[in-house]
Design a protein around this ligand. Structure first.
Ligand code: CA
Ligand code: CA
Length: 275
């Protein structure tokens, strides 16, 4: 009885440890894969005007929905979750391709938060298109936050078609408007941004977006289905259990889309190798 209790304790401890490790690993996996795809599906924008002395939100100028923006891919700076984007990547209706840097932070519990807060000096003299009309917009500051929940999905070709690989992680907004927004502070100037008529704030809230990342370990293809370096009965069983299946991961040893006798033979011929 004592022995069983002891074993139970070890098993329970291992399960707790393993789940703690796997819970922690999603953000590491996201970072290590080096890039994510991202698409803003929609958001509500609002542009207000004013004068610097009294506030730049005195008068509503325009509001509406951003609509779907072009899908993007972002490449992390080595060993981090940080990436660079251009202003027109974030909001297609603003012409500027000035770069902004997003800093990614692992908040724990598989949540990542990207923040940007950048002041431009010199300012950016660009054009914003609102309902088909172009307006000159002098941008002084860009800020924003994207807080995303990372969850595991089955390996699939990047659903946004931006990453040239399979992905295993999906990222969705979490934390509400407080943690998901973008803003641009600036001025409504003359055509050359030499005179300023009003100060302006453009914000986007209620952001709806999806992102994908992570990668899928390539299958060894040599019969070592579980990738532990040794072809043994565990690999044989994996193929037998998945026999006939078309969605069997690395049990489909030759990656032809079905687990059949060809995969079984590869394991049998390689049996014992590497052990
Ligand atoms: Ca193996
Ligand atoms: Ca196969």
């Amino acid at each position: 009885m004592m022995r069983m209790t002891k074993w139970f304790g070890i098993v329970a401890t291992s399960v707790v440890l393993m789940s703690a490790v796997s819970a922690q690993n999603l953000v590491d996996r996201l970072r290590d894969a080096g890039s994510i795809s991202f698409q803003l599906a929609d958001g509500a924008y609002r542009i207000t005007l004013g004068v610097p002395q009294l506030g730049c939100n005195l008068q509503d100028f325009a509001s509406g929905n951003l609509g779907a923006q072009d899908p993007l891919s972002f490449t992390f700076q080595s060993g981090t979750l940080n990436f660079q984007a251009t202003i027109n990547q974030l909001v297609n209706s603003i012409q500027s391709n000035a770069p902004v840097t997003f800093t990614g932070t692992d908040l724990g519990n598989n949540v990542v938060e990207w923040t940007v807060d950048q002041t431009f000096n010199p300012t950016i003299c660009t054009v914003i298109s609102i309902s088909g009309t172009d307006y000159v917009f002098e941008i002084v500051r860009v800020y924003g936050k994207f807080r995303m929940q990372v969850s595991e999905i089955d390996c699939v070709d990047d659903p946004l078609g931006m990453l040239n690989r399979q992905v295993s992680l999906q990222l969705t907004p979490t934390g509400g408007d407080e943690h998901n927004y973008m803003g641009f502070d600036g001025f409504v100037p003359d055509g050359q941004c030499t005179a300023r008529y009003f100060c302006a704030i453009a914000t986007a809230n209620t952001l709806q977006y999806t992102a994908y990342g992570g990668d899928c370990p390539a299958c060894p293809g040599n019969g070592d289905v579980d990738g532990n370096g040794c072809v043994d009965d565990a690999d044989l069983l994996a193929v037998l259990f998945a026999f006939g299946s078309s969605e069997a991961g690395c049990a489909d040893v030759n990656s032809d889309g079905v687990v059949d006798d060809a995969d079984l033979l590869t394991v049998l011929f390689a049996f014992g190798s590497g052990c």
